[in-house]
Design a protein around this ligand. Structure first.
Ligand SMILES: C[S@@+](CC[C@H](N)C(=O)[O-])C[C@H]1O[C@@H](n2cnc3c(N)ncnc32)[C@H](O)[C@@H]1O
Length: 354
């Protein structure tokens, strides 16, 4: 390579590295801002000084001013130098505030938890062993709940349960439903409220998650929750529908879990799986927005928790080719894939033959 080409490539790479480092720095400040409520406060204010923001939030002006400087340089907050005023534009506030899935600050909430387990993951690189779920608790359950709750409220009925042909009428008529890896059970609660003639049970290995699920579903007579390793799932009677939301790729025994799901489905029953959109081929994911995030979360959590349980460590980007093949290998006769049922996930609808 000519000297000039080498120089240009090195320069372009340095610029790329600078953008990565800036993004990481801004992400830390996003999480700080979210925790202290600065985005929510600024969304209610017009152009204001740091002192006015500090007064409104009850925070230290010096800290607020330094945080604002990071936000201004990161392109998140606008600054008028003459007045020393700061403004969070309405268009930016839409992506930083509120309880809808448009609020992207929840994505940055993952970083402190992932950073906390860096020593465990570094050790795992050396041993090849994983990092157990317990290393992420007690924070993981709540964080997962905050991240996924808005999406389920927006999309559970309009997309995830609407796509499989004939499913909504069956839920209305009264069927037996299980959700595996239910976490805090929000999907079960939503479904149990909407379909009072169907019965719902949520399974999760996390005692915290199940305790919270039971508390928030109190009063719902058709919903129950069980602490259960779904790799050993047995059912008193077959289910007509089993759902899994973001709960298969990080399993210690994903093939075994899919087989158990197939085994406890009634003939003609349906398995609805929502899992991260990705191709199983790395080359297909290059350049896809958020792909570095997926592989990072995978290394820092999803792959590692599976490996910790002696599993295959499929990883967050196990992808639709592997997922579809595994569903077929588990004995499902008809596997449909709806790619990108939301910006980050695909929907799989698999039927148990009669
Ligand atoms: C990524 S979280 C998703 C939780 C929830 N479905 C959601 O979308 O918010 C994966 C869940 O699977 C649960 N899980 C992992 N392995 C499990 C197993 N073998 N049996 C039951 N639950 C398991 C975890 O405790 C966790 O709550």
């Amino acid at each position: 390579m000519a000297d000039e080409a080498v120089f240009d490539k090195a320069k372009a790479f340095t610029q790329l590295m600078v953008r990565h480092l800036e993004g990481a720095a801004v992400s830390i400040m996003l999480e700080v801002g979210r925790r202290v409520g600065l985005f929510e406060a600024m969304a209610q204010m017009d152009a204001v000084t740091s002192a006015e923001i500090a007064a409104k939030t009850g925070l230290s002006e010096r800290y607020v001013r330094e945080w604002l400087a990071a936000m201004v340089c990161g392109g998140i907050v606008e600054y008028v130098a003459g007045d020393r005023t700061y403004r969070l534009p309405r268009e930016h506030a839409a992506g930083l505030t509120g309880s809808s899935s448009r609020n992207l600050t929840g994505m940055a909430e993952m970083f402190p938890l992932m950073s906390r387990v860096i020593p465990d993951v570094v050790e795992a690189f050396r041993t090849g062993r994983g990092v157990p779920y317990s290393a992420y608790q007690p924070d993981f359950t709540g964080l997962m709940d905050r991240r996924s709750r808005p999406r389920y409220e927006e999309l559970l009925f309009s997309a995830y349960l609407a796509k499989p042909a004939g499913l909504l009428p069956r839920l209305e008529s009264g069927i037996r439903v299980a959700d595996v890896g239910c976490g805090t059970g929000h999907c079960i609660s939503l479904m149990a409220r909407r379909f009072p003639t169907s019965t719902f049970v949520g399974y999760d290995i996390s005692e915290d998650g199940i305790a919270e699920a039971r508390a928030s579903a109190r009063g719902l007579a058709n919903a129950s929750f069980v602490v259960q390793d779904v790799g050993r799932l047995e059912a008193p009677a077959p289910f007509d529908l089993i759902t899994a939301f973001d709960a298969i790729h990080d399993q210690a025994d994903p093939a075994g879990v899919l087989s158990r799901i197939r085994a406890v489905l009634a003939p003609g029953g349906m398995f609805v799986m929502v899992d991260v959109w990705a191709s199983s081929e790395l080359a297909d994911n290059v350049g896809v927005p958020m792909a570095p995030y997926l592989y990072t979360i995978s290394t820092m959590h999803c792959m590692s928790v599976s490996l910790a349980g002696g599993g295959p460590g499929l990883g967050t980007a196990w992808g639709h080719q592997v997922a579809t093949a595994m569903l077929r290998a588990a004995g499902f006769t008809d596997v449909q894939l709806f790619e990108r049922v939301d910006p980050a996930n695909s929907l799989y609808v698999a039927r148990a033959g009669g």
